[in-house]
Design a binder for this molecule. Structure first.
Ligand SMILES: NC(=O)c1ccc[n+]([C@@H]2O[C@H](COP(=O)([O-])OP(=O)(O)OC[C@H]3O[C@@H](n4cnc5c(N)ncnc54)[C@H](OP(=O)(O)O)[C@@H]3O)[C@@H](O)[C@H]2O)c1
Length: 297
């Protein structure tokens, strides 16, 4: 089976390439040309509909993992047109070209489609109501997929971090080399998720769970590591795993740490449906974060 991965040089894209390359024929699309990625990669801008279409007609993938996006949440507030182009128009281009070649489109969405006011975990049936423009654009992309894509799935992931990109735990470990006190927000709760675990979950879905995955077309799933924490708790954990005993974390409210984009207080996605339908349950976030720290070192 041929699989096309958009954003193949990005954080999640790189881990998907690593996990799936041994068993599947892969082809990548990214703006950046990454030498040594180990798969043929088209260096095209997916905002260009014709280039996207030509690439899909040439490659004719059975499956498209669409990870490419404008993921800098705060920049989306000031660069709204770019956010719309990258997160919505780019997705529309893939929907149209994907329909033409009969590919199943796997779209990566986010916990930030919710406003965080719910008491309890967000299920796939909860109605999105984003607080920030990034969430708004991912929500518009979800709607476009549901309305126009013939074959698709939406996977909502949360608080991603990985070895091949910029992320919260990486920033914490960098700052820990420079300061003795880190102020970190403690009133936003979520499920930190290791991109390597997301990639392994897809390998599982495409191999051992392939019949269930076939049946699950058109469904939305939440996919995140087990367990919940605040950003401050995650910072404390990664500092401990990395042996930064002398660096302290001061727990602060978001109000004391204003950012251009508002974030939901409750970002916890329910992970029950994916376990029930696809047999996927990711390990606790602490285990995954420990592995991340070890590998980073
Ligand atoms: N990161 C998170 O915490 C998080 C949380 C929830 C959901 N998600 C979603 O999960 C997915 C993967 O996130 P990620 O953090 O792995 O993303 P990422 O590291 O930012 O990777 C995205 C990749 O797509 C490329 N790209 C962007 N625009 C493109 C275009 N027009 N044409 C071709 N390539 C383009 C980027 O290239 P450049 O580097 O040149 O831009 C980058 O290599 C995204 O859909 C994101 O919305 C992420």
């Amino acid at each position: 089976m041929k699989i096309l991965i958009t954003g193949s040089a990005g954080m999640l894209g790189t881990d998907l390439v690593e996990a799936l390359r041994p068993q599947f024929e892969l082809v990548g699309i990214d703006r950046r040309d990454v030498p040594g990625a180990g798969i043929p990669t088209h260096g095209i801008d997916l905002v260009h509909a014709e280039a996207t279409r030509a690439c899909l007609l040439k490659e004719r993938p059975a499956l498209i993992f669409h990870t490419a996006a404008k993921t800098a949440v705060d920049s989306c507030e000031s660069e709204k047109q770019d956010a719309l182009n990258l997160n919505v128009e780019m997705t529309r281009n893939l929907i149209r070209a994907g329909n033409e070649v009969g590919a199943r489109l796997i779209f990566f969405s986010t916990d930030y489609v919710f406003d965080g006011t719910k008491k309890g975990e967000y299920t796939e049936d909860d109605v999105p109501c984003p607080l920030n423009f990034y969430g708004e654009t991912k929500c518009l992309a979800e709607k476009a997929i549901q309305a126009e894509a013939r074959r698709f799935n939406i996977f909502r992931v949360s608080w991603l971090y990985g070895l091949h990109g910029r992320s919260f735990p990486r920033t914490i470990l960098q700052k820990a080399k420079e300061v003795r006190l880190l102020k970190v927000v403690s009133d936003q709760i979520g499920r930190p998720t290791f991109t390597r675990d997301v990639a392994q979950a897809f390998l599982e879905m495409l191999t051992r769970q392939s019949s269930a995955f076939e049946r699950a077309e058109h469904q939305t799933f939440n996919l995140a590591n087990d367990g919940t924490c605040s950003w401050a708790e995650m910072a404390s954990a990664v500092l401990k795993y990395a042996g930064f005993d002398q660096v302290k974390v001061e727990y602060v409210d978001s109000a004391q740490y204003p950012l251009p984009a508002a974030r939901p207080k409750n970002s916890v996605l329910s992970i029950a449906k994916i376990q029930q339908h696809l047999g996927i349950r990711l390990r606790p976030w602490q285990e995954a974060a420990r592995e991340f720290v070890k590998e980073l070192a």
